[in-house]
Design a protein around this ligand. Sequence first.
Ligand SMILES: Cc1ncc(COP(=O)(O)O)c(C=O)c1O
Length: 453
Amino acid sequence: MEQVKVFLDESDIPRQWYNILADMPTPMSPPLHPGTGQPVGPDDLAPVFPMNLIEQEVSSERWIDIPEEVLEKYLLWRPTPLYRARNFEKLLDAPVQIYYKHEGVSPPGSHKPNTAIAQAYYNKAFGIERLSTETGAGQWGSALSMACQMFGLECRVFMVRVSYDQKPYRRLMMMTWGANCVPSPSDLTAAGRKIMAENPDSPGSLGIAISEAIEDAVADEKARYSLGSVLNHVLLHQTIIGLEAQKQMEKIGVYPNVVMGCAGGGSNFAGVALPFVRDKIHGKELSVVAAEPSSCPTMTRGPFAYDFGDTAMTTPLLPMYTLGHDFVPAPIHAGGLRYHGMAPVVSHLVKEGIIEPRAFNQLETFTAGVNWARTEGFISAPETNHVIAAVVQEAERAKEEGKEKVILFNWSGHGLVDLAAYEAFLSGQLTNYALPEEEIRRALQTIEQFPKP
Ligand SMILES: Cc1ncc(COP(=O)(O)O)c(C=O)c1O
């Protein structure tokens, strides 16, 4: 019998997260205060995040200890298995070995609790009693709800109204884990009331939900805001994925030629990739590929520029690839990839040519995902299907070039709560969304007056 899974003992779980800021080959531009145009300092962020996480956000320590209390919770599902996708390899019939980290084994079913657990712990340690956040389709909201319950924090999740109405199962997961899940726009905040006054039937958006969650947190001294992607400390917490994968691959004596992940805000991709990017910076030869939707082509078609992280312009200006903060992506089913920006760390590495972004359209991602389910068994989240499409492309290239390759990718989550998307695909109702250059140009007009990184 050929080996399919590589496990690590619980005692082999990594004890530290890896901070790429210690190894960046060139300096990154700092986040700017939109009012003064000056770099933001820790005090500017203090009403929004607890100081212990702000310190992590700006730290350049290479290794950061994972607290015992966080490790204890990680052990509920970590270390996650490394799989070899032998059945999918057979289907592709190309000279590739395909390995993947199975992050779908966490209780909410994705990589998101790797940071949710850490953020809940640090907020609790700082004396915070309640966290406020936003969620689109609900992966992040459900992960934070579980984490807050585990550390005795209250949790309020502003869920984009259209998802709240159309996707009851993630909302019910949040409620089961004890969170207060509110459809956004809501009457709990000035931002929500303003939108509702203008349009009582507003379906909501991630931008509105972020504004409500920040306003809600800042108004309550005992509360803070929590973000599930994009920021340095979130990417840091996700590096446990790549660090485990390194140990697992070492155990079987292989090293990848290509490391891949899908990228919405950049956190699961960074999680698997950054420990390998460290090797690349120090001379190893490998490709690092980030897969994004062609209908929201932040890295492949957007400029590297300063822009707000949210539609309501409440965050600092971040140096990143962006499509403009009021860009409204097409209603693709991969809700977690519908974000106008990209993590500054990932953006910087793309700009430096260390990471290669590639875009995939909705139909090719679902075709890849269904082929995956029919061979490997597991049904992927629509976001995850983007990286599977990238794996298919890489295998085809290997075949054309007649080159053997070892591919590692992050299987970021299962799609068992996203089956309506599969129904749409299987019944032929899904379409691709072409994005006219004109639309990108229009959205980018909103950032023309900002400083250039
Ligand atoms: C399963 C899954 N994969 C990927 C993503 C994209 O987010 P990120 O780029 O932060 O990993 C999400 C976001 O919700 C998700 O739920």
